[in-house]
Design a protein around this ligand. Sequence first.
Ligand code: MRU
Length: 346
Amino acid sequence: MTQQYDTIRAVIWQDNVLKLLDQRKLPHEEILLTLETAADTAQAIKDMVVRGAPAIGVTAAFGVVLAARAAYAKNPENWRAEIAEDLDILANARPTAVNLVWALEVMKGLFDGIEGDPEPTLLAEAQRIHEEDIAANRTMGELGSALFPENCRVLTHCNTGSLATGGYGTALGVIRSGYANAKVTDVYADETRPWMQGARLTAWELVQDKIPVTLVVEGAAATLMRQGKVDWVVVGSDRITANGDVANKIGTYSLAVLARQHGVKFMVVAPMSTVDYNLPNGDAIEIEQRAYEEVLSIGGQQIAAEGANAWNPVFDVTPAELVDAIVTEKGVVENPTTEKMAELLK
Ligand code: MRU
């Protein structure tokens, strides 16, 4: 159920199919796409119909339900073997957000105990993953906003809200909570080249939920901080490694360096499903590279000079030493280290 300052849902299971709010079309058009196969679900993740690490995880879980339905219809005796190819297709949709493989592992963990039709059990699990993500976001919202001073001014990057999660958001959930408690007075959002998640999605989401937002180009962040207009930078993550290094949308690392230079605090907000204890540090994270056209053009229209090359890594890694606080639903880790991150598991 949505509440004040939280009215948007991008991943919806309805009438036995998966519906996704097409984020490529926002803010100009609000179109719900219907998905009935796992392959189409994987393609939607690849094409950024749905994006944001936790939203990708929730979507993949529903993708497993669609895969199981098809596998059981084709081969009821041996659906576990039949489903393997679809699981692979889902796992390979995008590489950096660990929530995708996390959700697939949770779903696969149920396979052995299922008798008969797998769909009801798997659907209940996907719905639980979805609800738990929203609940984790609300908890992180409280924990993160408790760190803010009165009259706090925040700067955020990319989109980490209801569109990027099961609902409510990670970093944007903390900002929602801070605004609802009258602690946050100003919200600045980076436009977030090249996909414009800040300009198209964060601004749309906050305007929908009646939270005032000021958009800045990435290059303005340094001056904004130098003029003393930001107290906290608040971002999400696609993968946090065992030592507290943070992969997130390209440009996050620049903000962390700028924040340290200007005495601004830097907060990362992510559920435990984003923490990858299997990787020792950020050097081990696979960083997705996307098409050069995303840099050379905007909205399908060529902007760059004909013949120019481009480089398009879509995530970067912020070293743990630049992070003041990692906020999860299990608690807050200040100045993260491998030892402090391990404490979260206890
Ligand atoms: O390429 P995207 O739009 O999927 O990247 C999203 C981000 O980098 C988000 O900051 C991250 O997934 C955290 S979302 C709660």
